[in-house]
Write a protein that binds this ligand. Structure first.
Ligand code: SAM
Length: 439
């Protein structure tokens, strides 16, 4: 770093003595913020201090995601290189815990399909939870190895590889990242990154866009790595316009062009991003319509239809007892992909069928497609909302009957079942707040 930063080393070192800025990215389908904005993102905002996010009901309602500001530059890359009004097929290959996937969902058109993949199983579960909070139906979460995507030859318009890296850019936020750092690890990461690129490259369309990013500074994982890799592939790097005032460094190395974020120059952490177009002939795989998902009975569909906004845009499928909602235009592709990969979740779970009852699914309470006013709604105070999210049972009586939504600031938190003399809290046990300290 002293070599590459020269006289700026001191400023860089000093920045590491300062607290990391706190930023969030709002979910535009649910929430608006009136805060100082991250210059390169319509959805990114800075906070003056770090609240206890776990104790904010809005966080659990999927109103925002806590994300460091530099990485929100993905938005500029996409806006400047892709036509986001088009129905795109997008893969986020290294997606957990879901920062960039949820950002992508806010940027893509509703007829686009996002495959959000994470190879490490427990991390894939966290990813699925965060995706459900965001409330979109045009998504499949998979737990596949990067090499599995070779079955989807030439299918994707955009692939994001937010690669596992040595994490130098997070030293300030996460001191543990420093103890894990070593020169050997940098070299291991570098090789692994090239292997991941090779594995997933066939799945990109000809003229498709590959976006590569890391949260590290060294050239072995960034510009030099891409430059070495690009020599063996037909690629064209793209330049992103960015005003000088943003203080982002443009890095050219051999054929590669990338953008580096330093904590002493931007209000954010260390980050690197680069984008290039595939200039190789790639025949696209044929989507086989053979794969099918089971359809629920007409009776179930008739009962469930009024639960959703724009019901004509959707189809319902049944997996064991679970009813899922998937955009009509994407159904055959979702079925096809589900057969080829290892899906953890797809679309949005709407309800569970139990005998003749439909038990609403938690994910559906958080869905942007839900017709909330079809249900009984209870507005909660902040204290009651937190009690609900802790899954304290029977915390209010009610004269209402049946399943109802609970809301905080007009956003759904989840379901309750009104039994007349008491109300059962249906918040999923594994999602509940376990933190005991109070603000
Ligand atoms: N994109 C995520 C976000 O914005 O929230 C962060 C991704 S993190 C930088 C890199 C991810 O790659 C981790 O979730 C990690 O588990 C995953 N990973 C680790 N080894 C991998 C491998 N060999 N192939 C693909 N992904 C891997």
């Amino acid at each position: 770093m002293t070599n590459s930063l020269g006289k700026y080393w001191d400023q860089f070192a000093q920045a590491h003595q300062q607290p990391a800025p706190v930023s969030i990215r709002i979910n535009p389908a649910k929430y608006k913020a009136d805060l100082p904005r991250v210059p390169w993102s319509d959805y990114g905002f800075y906070l003056n201090e770090r609240p206890v996010f776990t104790l904010d009901p809005l966080f659990h309602a999927g109103a925002y995601y806590v994300q460091e500001a530099s990485s929100l530059f993905l938005e500029q890359v996409l806006k400047q290189t892709a036509d986001l009004t088009q129905p795109l097929r997008v893969l986020d290959l290294c997606a957990a815990p879901g920062g960039k996937s949820t950002h992508l969902l806010s940027l893509l058109s509703p007829d686009s399909l996002l495959i959000s993949n994470e190879v490490i199983r427990p991390r894939a579960q966290i990813l699925w939870e965060n995706i459900q909070k965001w409330g979109h139906t045009n998504v499949v979460v998979t737990n596949s190895d990067p090499s599995a995507f070779q079955k989807l030859k030439g299918y994707f318009d955009i692939i994001l590889v937010d690669a596992p890296c040595s994490g130098e850019g997070l030293f300030r936020k996460d001191p543990e990242a420093q103890t894990e750092w070593s020169e050997e690890n940098v070299m291991l990461c570098s090789q692994r990154q090239r292997r991941i690129l090779n594995d997933v490259w066939p799945a990109l369309k000809q003229n498709g866009l590959l976006i590569y990013s890391t949260c590290t500074y060294n050239r072995f994982e960034n510009e030099e790595n891409l430059s070495t890799w690009a020599k063996e592939h037909a690629v064209e790097f793209v330049s992103i316009q960015q005003p000088e005032a943003w203080n982002i460094e443009t890095i050219s190395f051999g054929p590669s062009v990338g953008y580096r974020f330093y904590p002493h120059r931007v209000q954010g952490e260390g980050f690197f991003i680069s984008a290039f177009i595939k200039k190789e002939n790639t025949d696209g795989v044929r989507i086989k319509p053979g794969a099918r998902l089971n359809t629920p009975t007409t009776n179930v569909i008739d009962r469930i239809k009024p639960w959703t906004k724009e019901p004509d845009r959707f189809r319902w499928v049944q997996q064991d007892d679970l009813i899922l909602q998937i955009p009509d235009l994407l159904l055959s592709e979702v079925a096809w992909i589900s057969n080829l990969l290892y899906p953890i979740g797809k679309g949005t779970a709407v309800a569970e069928v139990k005998h003749d009852k439909l038990i609403p699914a938690h994910a559906f309470a958080l869905s942007n497609a839900i017709q909330s006013d079809f249900f009984q709604i209870t507005d909660l105070s902040e204290a009651d909302a937190i009690a609900y999210l802790r899954k304290d049972t029977q915390f209010f009586d009610s004269t209402q009957k049946g399943f109802g939504l609970v809301q905080y600031h007009n956003l759904n938190l989840g379901w309750v079942n009104h039994l007349g003399n008491r109300t059962n809290n249906l918040y999923p046990s594994n999602w509940r707040i376990r933190m005991t300290t109070h603000r």
